[in-house]
Design a protein around this ligand. Sequence first.
Ligand code: SAH
Length: 353
Amino acid sequence: MTELADLLRRQIAATGPITVGEYMAACLFHPRHGYYTTRDPLGAAGDFTTAPEISQMFGELVGLALAQAWLDRGAPAPVALAELGPGRGTLMADILRATARVPGFHDAARPVLVEASPTLRARQHETLADRDIDWIDAVGDLPDLPLFLVANEFLDALPVRQFLRDGDAWRERLVGVADDHLTFALGPATAFPDLDHRLADTGQGDMVETSAAATSVAAEIGGRIARRGGVALLIDYGSDGSLGDTFQAVRRHEKEDPLATPGAADLTAHVDFAALSRAAPCPVAGPVAQGVWLERLGIVARARTLADRLEGSARGAHVEGFRRLTHPDAMGHLFKVMALHDDAAPPPGLDIP
Ligand code: SAH
């Protein structure tokens, strides 16, 4: 039993069941026992691996797509080059390396990282030691500038609430306590006006998920882009609309019961791109499958060039990384890329539906 499990059990015993969203927020960001607050979860020795940790090609292509979008908008200056949830800083390092030769881009672009975890902030400082970077706590603190932004596997970490359809009402899934253990329970059947539109595309017993945190990020970034211009690339696993229970825990690269080890496992839910799109007060392009998007940006040619410089096991690892990023059986299909943009053309790779 983790210390956080004990704290949550006592809290629930005293004040009643909590929502899945409250549970997720406590597990990920409790100041003393939260998953992200206390550790660096990334990489082979950690709990999960992300696209930028798999291959440098991912960050290179994200960087060049953002720089091309910047050129397409007449190379404005200054602009914010922002990343939400930068993990180890690998993606931003690859973006900056790949865009170093785009004339004027580094002079115009002020890198800003939005990171809530002190542990990962320290890690990002190490990775990006020689760069001039600003760290902020939340998207509301972004500078008032044209925005060129990427978020990879950030939105899936934001809390979701879950609702089970019961007639024309919904029962919220809650976390309670039974026999001294955390357990799922259902709240009373209640009308939720925010879910009225889901009565049309769900049936009795279906589960839907909502993330107020994710839609408010889309509203905030989209509002800035509508006002000041720019593009945001939102990359994550999910689909165009939410249906079913996608709340999951991963520890040491294996799935586990999300209530088993609060604070010690990564908790995520699929991103509902349709909800983000509705929340953004600006044009939206995509989502497009990650594999398709990377191929449109030229990953095959880049993979060949890099492969020609490598031998033996390094070459094998590189080819395997390329496969994982693009293949439909790996990350190529489940992961999607969606762009929020201004009145200029969508960013490269998202100009075709
Ligand atoms: N983008 C990185 C890391 C993904 S892990 C990569 O692709 O490798 C999720 C990241 O989002 C971590 O850096 C985590 O600390 C951060 N994060 C999660 N929720 C956050 C929140 N509400 N505010 C700020 N950062 C958050």
